[in-house]
Write a protein that binds this ligand. Structure first.
Ligand SMILES: C[S@@+](CC[C@H](N)C(=O)[O-])C[C@H]1O[C@@H](n2cnc3c(N)ncnc32)[C@H](O)[C@@H]1O
Length: 350
């Protein structure tokens, strides 16, 4: 009896482990749900299994099994008459929905291939991409579906902090801005609309600049779009010159200390003396107490290391990186907007 009692927690732990191991399968069911656009197929109302098979042009037995798995995850509901209905949760994963972009990027091979190399990430201190031979950003350039999903996810993060940023910093005095690694241009377009005197250059990898051109043409008013230039390039090598404001948002987190030093040195080399560099990024914990207060940070940090070789940095680490690169840090705001972690802002002078 005493032995049974002693064994019970162990059995629970093992059950928990199996849950973890099946996590990959569950996540990929969600991805298949998105790739097959089951939410779209069921948007017009519940379908009989044979109707769904025709709609998906799929295998009947495998579809029935997949639908049961989706029901187990709460993405669809099986009606008493056997028809399949999309649930409220499943409905949030339709094509074009923000959550579907997260799924396409986070559960796509660009990220999951890196996970397969976690052991070597630990042993070698390199990202999964470096271990298997293709950095995530190169992969995203070769895979437009995941590449545009990634940039959509980044735009969503930007939307989280825009209002706070525009309140925290006065953009009215700048003449020419460069957004370094600016993605689809959400940040720069919003800053330009708050600073009607300024022009801006969006600088990113060539495939992202193409996405940005389309996004700006489709949704940015002319008075902002007419003040915006696009510049494809590689910030590890060069950045556009002649600006009085350089923006660097959610970029440094993706890079190792060596790469961070190189990116900052590149900007320092080119930015005119007296120009401003704004670093906007997620701040990691500074103290052991802060680490203990946010256990999910540990997983997010290892995620970033694995997929791109970057890491979360504390306010002090950002300040040190900027100072070492030759910038003078004039102002730091530790939490100017809320989010999954703290949005930090550093204002530095070249
Ligand atoms: C995390 S995203 C941030 C995008 C944008 N700043 C934002 O906050 O939404 C990082 C960006 O850096 C860009 N990037 C990565 N490597 C780059 C490089 N070598 N040169 C220029 N841009 C690069 C990516 O394409 C991506 O748009």
């Amino acid at each position: 009896m005493a032995q049974d009692v002693a064994q019970e927690p162990v059995a629970d732990e093992v059950r928990g482990l199996f849950e973890l191991m099946y996590g990959t399968c569950k996540a990929q069911v969600v991805r298949a749900f998105v790739l097959l656009d089951l939410a779209g197929a069921l948007a017009g109302g519940p379908l009989r299994p044979d109707e769904l098979v025709v709609r998906l042009n799929s295998h009947a037995g495998a579809t029935a099994s997949f639908v049961r798995a989706c029901a187990a995850l709460g993405l669809v509901r099986l009606e008493p008459d056997g028809r399949i209905a999309v649930t409220s949760l499943g409905g949030k994963l339709g094509t074009g929905a923000p959550a579907a972009a997260h799924v396409r990027y986070l559960l796509g091979p660009g990220v999951t291939r890196a996970y397969e190399h976690m052991k070597d990430v630990v042993l070698r201190g390199r990202s999964g991409g470096e271990v298997h031979g293709q950095h995530l950003f190169d992969y995203l350039g070769d895979h437009p579906d995941e590449g545009s999903a990634y940039e959509n996810v980044m735009s969503e993060f930007t939307a989280d902090c825009l209002a706070g940023l525009l309140t925290a910093h006065d953009f009215s005095g700048y003449r020419r801005m460069v957004d370094v690694g600016g993605g689809k241009g959400d940040l720069l377009c919003h800053v330009l609309s708050a600073a009607p005197q300024a022009t801006g250059t969006l600088y990113d990898l060539p495939h992202v600049i193409e996405l940005a051109r389309d996004a700006v043409a489709a949704g940015v008013p002319d008075d902002v779009a007419s003040r915006l230039e696009f510049a494809p390039g590689n910030f590890l090598e060069s950045v556009p010159g002649g600006a009085d404001l350089y923006l660097l948002k959610s970029v440094l987190i993706d890079w190792s200390d060596e790469h961070v030093a190189r990116i900052l040195a590149t900007i320092h080399r080119t930015a005119p003396e007296g120009s401003t560099l704004l670093v906007i990024d997620w701040f990691g914990p500074d103290t052991a107490e802060e680490v203990a207060a946010d256990p999910s940070m540990a997983l997010r940090d290892f995620f970033v290391r694995t997929i791109v070789g970057g890491r979360y940095r504390s306010r002090r680490e950002f300040e040190a990186a900027l100072t070492n690169a030759g910038f003078t840090v004039e102002r730091v705001i530790s939490a100017f907007a809320t989010g999954p972690s703290h949005w930090g802002l550093l204002v530095a002078r070249r």
